[in-house]
Write a protein that binds this ligand. Structure first.
Ligand code: FES
Length: 110
């Protein structure tokens, strides 16, 4: 469990196909439930900062409600008309009914 931080969300708070925003240590994260598996991604789009929890969940991707960029929850990479910086993504675990997150390290940061 090293490096995982507890969120204020229970697993039951994020229903299948839902996007729910939470905050851990001042970092806002959107949790997605895809067929019972949880994913985490930084809450704001790297394009113009729209809230990704307002987006549409399509399989393991989120379509931003702003201008339609598509974010892959497994890689943090975007599909868009222009290149966008990767989004931080998070591993999500359920421990005693609560969701815990740990930032993945395979994301390139500037
Ligand atoms: S703010 Fe997300 S696509 Fe523009």
């Amino acid at each position: 469990m090293e490096g995982f931080k507890k969120t204020n969300l229970k697993a039951s708070d994020v229903k299948e196909r839902q996007l729910v925003k939470t905050e851990v240590d001042g970092e806002e994260i959107v949790i997605a439930n895809v067929k019972g598996k949880f994913y985490g991604i930084y809450a704001y789009c790297k394009h113009e900062e729209w809230d990704l929890s307002e987006g549409e969940l399509i399989d393991t991707k989120i379509k931003c409600a702003g201008h339609g960029s598509i974010w892959d929850l497994e890689t943090g990479k975007a599909e868009f008309v222009e290149p966008l910086e990767d989004e931080p993504i998070y591993e999500v675990k359920v421990i005693n009914g609560y969701l815990y997150v740990r930032r993945k390290t395979n994301v390139t940061e500037k």
